[in-house]
Write a protein that binds this ligand. Structure first.
Ligand SMILES: C[S@@+](CC[C@H](N)C(=O)[O-])C[C@H]1O[C@@H](n2cnc3c(N)ncnc32)[C@H](O)[C@@H]1O
Length: 613
């Protein structure tokens, strides 16, 4: 037994009151495990915390119910049991019904529908498709609406279909994309609906009821209630098919096993015959001509190990034996006395009314469980009151027989106790078995979840792989462009180097300027002439350079060169070289045109030729 946790119970009560979901009848161990699992997913530290969380996040109810209601299922789950049902139970059930009588089946706790369609296939196989369509109604119910919605689709993937034999797939399913859909004409015979086994009324006049791997989630008390409803739901002789871990504990009066191993039971009739207290009268002793028979008879009577007392029809003591004397101190001395005057007539049990009744009804009565203290010892008696009749049917008297059943009673008590202990141990075992099975289902459900996650990861992986391939190809393209750029750069470097060589080899100083007259190039000879290095000059305004060249005289020439007209011009000026010597310099300006023949020059080339360095 799981100890009661008031905080957990408060949570269950909240679920019941706010959402009408009554989980109070579910086994605590599994239930707590499931709730704890959900709590850890939302990071709730305690049951009250989680209750608060539920109040703030109404969507959480669905997630919680999905976690609690384990819906592991499969087509033909427990093949061996289904084989037995198909081969033995269904033919038997059909044989017991008139040819065209409707067959009503209830699949309770149907989850995503596999069990209901398994039933449909098994029945259609047993009675033929045509008869199935006309006669069968399968009511498939569950408390979980999401599962029911899935079941109504009747479409299953390759994984679910693995447990359906190929010939049945071909006969009962139609492929649709990568799924298999249960035949529409037969699908109509399966009616899905919500039914809470704990709270809702059962469906009635059922011939076959399957409730597999669902009862085991409930505690013994709730199981008992549900089973009583199942008994009501089933028609006389109807069949009940449970899951392999489920047994009918202490409900032997409602159902009798048809095959215990496969968990198939038959509904027991409503009223069980009562154990009767009616005994047949002994046959009359035939007359005999044996000599000394009376004495023999008297002695046999007197020596009987069972205490006996014979009364006449008007209630006088007529016969006693030794055992009677020993037990009650009633002996031959009392013969002729009215029985009602003896203590024995009312102690240890009131016998007079039984004697009267036996005489009136002319039948043997039995008074059981009579306790009697004799010499400090407790004796347990069973008193048999038999009316004695003559051959002509007239009443001769009454015979009282006092059976000492103390030893038998003790044995019976011991047996009963042992039985109870056995039953308790058995129930414990059964409960453990169910517990194991629920844990198994929980594990299975976790495995399924992991498989789904795995599939999702796999698909993400595939997407990543595709992206990777795309990136790889983009990378290749970039690499190509890079290679081309490298080639171009190398060519450009080559061209630049060549230009550098040309410019260096010239005897004249050369400066290239842009439209704003900022220096773009300054050759070696220009460095030698004016004493400024290329890196000091490039980017500077040519006319601002601090060199001994009279730029003022060059300005018109330069403007003409960079103007739209792009005119060439030449001038000879006096200048001071880097060493401070006066020199004469011939300066030629030419417009600089880019190769694509832009009409406007993009700068100018200034060639400076000195008569001396
Ligand atoms: C483990 S599945 C069993 C499915 C199927 N019967 C089988 O054996 O393969 C248990 C089902 O019982 C349903 N269930 C749980 N509590 C229920 C209730 N109170 N009333 C009806 N169905 C319930 C769950 O929603 C779930 O679909």
């Amino acid at each position: 037994m799981h100890p009661i946790d008031p905080e957990f119970e408060a949570l269950l009560l909240y679920l019941k009151e706010s959402r009408g979901f009554d989980f109070t009848g579910y086994k605590r161990s599994s239930l707590m495990r499931r709730v704890n699992r959900r709590m850890s997913q939302v990071d709730a530290q305690s049951y009250p915390d989680y209750l608060d969380f539920l109040q703030v996040h109404p969507d959480e109810f669905t997630a919680l119910f999905n976690t609690i209601l384990i819906n592991v299922t499969a087509f033909f789950r427990d093949t061996d049991a289904w084989e037995f049902v198909s081969k033995e139970v269904l033919p038997d059930l059909l044989a017991g019904k008139p040819e065209d009588a409707p067959i009503r089946v209830w699949c309770a706790g149907c989850a995503s529908g596999e069990e209901a369609y398994t039933l449909a296939m098994a029945l259609a196989e047993a009675m033929g498709i045509e008869a199935f369509r006309e006669r069968v109604k399968i009511y498939a119910t569950d408390v979980d609406e999401e599962q029911l919605a899935e079941a109504r689709q009747a479409a299953y993937g390759e994984r679910e279909m693995q447990s359906v034999p190929p010939e049945l797939i071909a006969k009962y399913f139609e492929p649709a994309g990568n799924r298999f859909v249960f035949r529409k004409d037969l699908r109509r015979c399966v009616i899905f609906g919500r039914n809470d086994l704990v709270q809702d009324a059962p469906i009635s006049r059922i011939d076959m009821l399957t409730c597999r791997n669902t009862l085991m989630y409930f505690n013994a008390e709730t199981q008992a209630k549900i089973l009583a409803r199942f008994h009501f739901a089933l028609s006389e002789g109807g069949m009940l098919f449970l899951g392999k871990a489920e047994m009918l504990l202490s409900h032997g009066t409602l159902f009798t096993p048809l095959d215990l191993k496969r968990r198939v039971f038959r509904r027991a009739p409503r009223a069980m015959p009562l154990a009767g207290a009616v005994f047949t009268e002994p046959a009359p002793i035939a007359n005999s001509s044996v000599l000394g028979l009376d004495e023999l008879r008297n002695e046999a009577f007197a020596a009987s190990p069972v205490a006996q007392l014979g009364l006449t029809s008007d209630g006088l003591v007529a016969l006693t034996n030794r055992r009677l004397d020993k037990l009650f101190r009633v002996s031959s001395r009392d013969i002729g006395r009215p029985f009602r005057d003896l203590e024995l007539s009312y102690r240890p049990v009131e016998l007079r009314r039984y004697i009267e009744q036996a005489q009136i009804e002319r039948r043997t009565l039995r008074v059981t469980d009579v306790d009697f203290h004799r010499d400090g010892e407790l004796v347990n008696l069973e008193v048999q009151v038999t009316p004695l009749t003559g051959l002509d049917g007239s009443l001769l008297g009454v015979n009282l027989i006092f059976h000492d059943v103390t030893a038998a009673k003790r044995l019976q008590d011991d047996l009963e106790l042992a039985n109870q202990q056995l039953e308790a141990a058995y129930e414990e075992l059964q409960s453990t078995n169910e517990e194991l099975e629920t844990t198994n289902e929980e594990l299975q459900s976790t495995v399924e979840e992991l498989e789904t996650t795995n599939e999702e990861l796999q698909s993400t992986n595939e997407e990543l792989e595709t992206m990777n391939e795309e990136l790889q190809s983009t990378n290749d393209e970039l690499q190509n462009i890079n290679d081309q750029l490298r080639v171009s750069t190398a060519r450009l470097d080559e061209a630049n180097a060549f230009l550098e060589t040309v410019l260096t080899s010239l005897r004249a100083g050369v400066a290239v300027v842009d439209q704003d007259l900022r220096v773009r190039m300054w050759n070696k000879r220009a460095e030698d002439l004016w004493g400024l290095r290329s890196h000091e000059v490039v980017g500077q305004h040519l006319l601002n350079l601090d060199v001994g060249l009279p730029f003022e005289q060059l300005r018109p020439l330069l403007r003409n060169a960079v103007s739209e007209r792009g005119e060439n011009g030449e001038v000879t000026v006096d200048a001071i070289n880097r060493r401070g010597r006066s020199i004469v310099v011939r300066v030629a300006c030419a417009p600089l045109h880019s190769t694509d023949q832009e009409p406007e020059p993009e700068g100018a080339i200034v060639v400076m030729e000195a008569d001396d360095v």
